[in-house]
Design a protein around this ligand. Structure first.
Ligand code: HEC
Ligand code: HEC
Ligand code: HEC
Ligand code: HEC
Ligand code: HEC
Ligand code: HEC
Ligand code: HEC
Length: 502
């Protein structure tokens, strides 16, 4: 045998051995390799895609062929003009699920019902209106789209379906949190269509590949497919970070970019792509925006006043004033909480590690942590007690404490709700008096309106739009509800006084 032949022989033998080792490793790690793609020859992707190649080879996906995720890649490579023969890009969760079965199956999990007293996953959202907990809501947000349709939210796999089905007005920017390929291409042209608020919602939805329709948001919203590291893709969030850092309320941890952030902050930012307050629709001034305010409730009103003259949301139809309508600010409420300062991230409680065939893997079932506690107590699969890292009481005791705490918050928020409703009556009466030509002290009335804005914002943001009934930061919620209650009662008195009342 000459040298070349020998070398060739040993390369074949060693690659066969390597193949066996890789197969054994994959078996041990519960990874199921997909069918190896048919390869016409050696991949030469690096010649033209150097950055992606080098990044991929450095990470945990370094051992994968590019063509295992990119259909038609070999034909693309071997074509006279690679631009003429496109390589496929697969945005679906199934593309990852073929090898990462446990993460895929838990991500798609949907188990209807509540574990505690609030939240949970309704079987039929139409039968779980938010009005159950907030009976005066329609009056407090009168004239807003949320009065048309506002139900308890369902599991992650319904993200796109529930958005498509809602009767509320829809805007392209909303799709950043509902469909991964749209978030990836936001601000660019994709398949000949400009992905921005200037295009019609209907025309953008059409572009979402069919296989993503059942769930919308896939693995690559949080994972870079090439280097397999955590990432964010939401441009609204990236802009906010550029302006104020990753956590403007914790100076020591306020890194300037996702890449520079520590693990805890990174994990919070993954969820912060969507579980934050933002403006993604049409304002009272008919302008369409896509902005992350990236501020705690107490700083929101001043920010919106300064930046948009309060025009970013809607005009309350009973009192005729612009107010803030918040979206789910889980992250902002969590900032400064005792859990955050003790080192927990959203992932700690909502994505616990569970044992699968002797290995600790991350559960991707994004649900109430109480559901994990219940399963732990019943010794069912997917049971976990992530709280045990910091608490040494049994799960049943801690769960009871969560419910007690939430009931206290609920009792207080119901009083605030009543006070807001009374304040609206007083403001409406003052405005009617002015219309009827009666003498009204406009300084007093303006003072009442300004106070009302702050009172409304705190309740609506911290207990209605936020989904944990105060759990994520009970001290902050209690204090701000007290402020809100006090403000609302002052509004009532001021508005009465403005029309000459006692
Ligand atoms: C001879 C150069 C060349 C080689 C070799 C090559 N590509 Fe490409 N590839 C291109 C060009 C040019 C484009 C289009 C411009 C762009 O998107 O960067 C492209 C685009 C792509 C895209 C994007 C498709 C889209 O819809 O956005 C993927 C994915 C891709 N290539 C994968 C591969 C893979 C995998 C290999 C190796 C099996 C490979 N390419 C080999 C030149 C090449
Ligand atoms: C685990 C699956 C997976 C593997 C392995 C993989 N890709 Fe990709 N690739 C994707 C996905 C998904 C996208 C869509 C863009 C994104 O998510 O960033 C993509 C996008 C691309 C693009 C389009 C450029 C862009 O950023 O949009 C190119 C080019 C590309 N990949 C080349 C490669 C090459 C070369 C390799 C091998 C070194 C490779 N890919 C390996 C999943 C993969
Ligand atoms: C062909 C099989 C295959 C496919 C398809 C695949 N992976 Fe992987 N993945 C692997 C292997 C092998 C490893 C390394 C072994 C390990 O870390 O357990 C890995 C590791 C990972 C890791 C762990 C990174 C770390 O260092 O802890 C993540 C996250 C990951 N993959 C995400 C994805 C995502 C997202 C997709 C889809 C875009 C995907 N994978 C598609 C085989 C695959
Ligand atoms: C909302 C963000 C998010 C989404 C979406 C997501 N993951 Fe993860 N994933 C995480 C986090 C956080 C971890 C834990 C990382 C760590 O501990 O360093 C993780 C870990 C992993 C790991 C490493 C092994 C493990 O279990 O710890 C794999 C593999 C993985 N995910 C695959 C997937 C797949 C497949 C999908 C889609 C079906 C997916 N992920 C969707 C956030 C996400
Ligand atoms: C791409 C946007 C997006 C990301 C990223 C995201 N979520 Fe969600 N999440 C949503 C939406 C939208 C819903 C409501 C789904 C519905 O009603 O169809 C939701 C619902 C939930 C629910 C309630 C589920 C139920 O069954 O009622 C929990 C809990 C949750 N998310 C936690 C998290 C955590 C923790 C993270 C980060 C690890 C995260 N989410 C990342 C958009 C997102
Ligand atoms: C210390 C544990 C813990 C941490 C950390 C945590 N949560 Fe929660 N979360 C809870 C508990 C407990 C509830 C209330 C569940 C219930 O009432 O069933 C909850 C409720 C929720 C809900 C509503 C669930 C439903 O069933 O409707 C969402 C959404 C959510 N959290 C998202 C987040 C996000 C995003 C973060 C990070 C910014 C986060 N959580 C951090 C424990 C935690
Ligand atoms: C990273 C540490 C950490 C984790 C993880 C954690 N907690 Fe806590 N928790 C704290 C700290 C710190 C306090 C406040 C001091 C104390 O009471 O020990 C607290 C207090 C509480 C309280 C009393 C709250 C009050 O305001 O009355 C409850 C209830 C609670 N935690 C429930 C949970 C639940 C449920 C989980 C898991 C889903 C959990 N915790 C996970 C650190 C943690």
């Amino acid at each position: 045998m000459n040298l070349m032949k020998r070398l060739g022989y040993w390369m074949k033998v060693s690659s066969a051995i390597l193949g066996l080792i890789v197969t054994a490793l994959l078996w041990m790690t519960d990874i199921v390799p997909s069918q190896p793609a048919k390869r016409a020859g050696k991949e030469e992707c690096r010649d033209c895609h150097r950055r992606i190649w080098d990044e991929t080879k450095k990470g945990s996906h370094g051992g994968l062929d590019c063509s295992s995720c990119h259909p038609n890649a070999m034909n693309h490579q071997d074509a006279d003009d690679p631009l003429e023969v496109a390589a496929g890009v697969d945005y679906s969760a199934e593309a990852c699920g073929s090898c990462h079965r446990f993460q895929y199956e838990t991500y798609m999990k949907d188990e209807p019902g509540k574990a505690g007293l609030y939240g949970g996953t309704p079987e039929d959202p139409a039968k779980a209106p938010k009005l159950a907990e907030f009976p005066l809501y329609h009056k407090i947000v009168a004239g807003h789209g949320f009065t048309k349709d506002y139900n308890e939210e369902r599991a992650h796999r319904y993200i796109l379906q529930d958005h498509i089905e809602t009767k509320r007005p829809k805007f392209p920017a909303c799709l950043n949190c509902k469909a991964t390929p749209i978030a990836l291409h936001w601000g660019k042209t994709w398949n000949g269509v400009a992905i921005s608020n200037d295009t019609k919602w209907e025309d953008i939805v059409k572009l979402i590949p069919k296989e993503l329709h059942p769930y919308g948001v896939s693995c690559i919203h949080c994972h870079d497919p090439h280097n397999a590291e955590l990432r964010i893709i939401n441009r609204g969030l990236m802009e906010a970070i550029k302006e104020r850092g990753v956590n403007p309320y914790w100076p020591e941890r306020n890194a300037k970019s996702f890449q520079a952030a520590d693990k805890q902050q990174k994990e919070m930012l993954l969820c912060g792509q969507c579980h934050v307050e933002y403006v993604c629709g049409m304002g009272a001034d008919k302008k369409i925006r896509f902005v992350y305010s990236w501020r705690k409730a107490r700083d929101l009103q001043a920010f919106y006043q300064e930046r948009y003259g309060n025009q970013q949301d809607w005009v309350h139809s009973l009192i005729g004033e612009t107010l803030v309508k918040s979206q789910h600010p889980e992250l902002e409420l969590f900032w400064e909480s005792k859990y955050e300062r003790a080192g927990a991230s959203c992932v700690t409680c909502h994505m616990p590690k569970v044992e699968v065939k002797g290995r600790l893997l991350t559960s991707h079932w994004l649900t109430s942590p109480l559901k994990y506690l219940d399963k732990e107590m019943k010794k069912e699969p997917l049971g976990a007690y992530p709280c045990g890292q910091c608490h040494n009481v049994p799960p049943a005791v801690l769960k009871a404490q969560v419910l007690r705490l939430q009931q206290h918050i609920d009792a207080v928020q119901k009083r605030v709700q009543k006070a807001l409703s009374d304040a609206i009556d007083a403001l409406e009466a003052a405005k009617k008096a002015r219309e009827a030509g009666k003498k009204v002290d406009s300084d007093l009335l303006q003072k009442a309106i300004d106070l009302y804005r702050e009172a409304h914002l705190r309740w609506e943001n911290l207990v209605v739009s936020e989904n944990s009934m105060g759990f994520h930061n009970p001290e902050e919620v209690m204090m701000e509800l007290a402020e809100s209650l006090d403000n609302a009662r002052q509004v009532e008195a001021l508005a009465r006084k403005a029309i000459g009342g006692p």
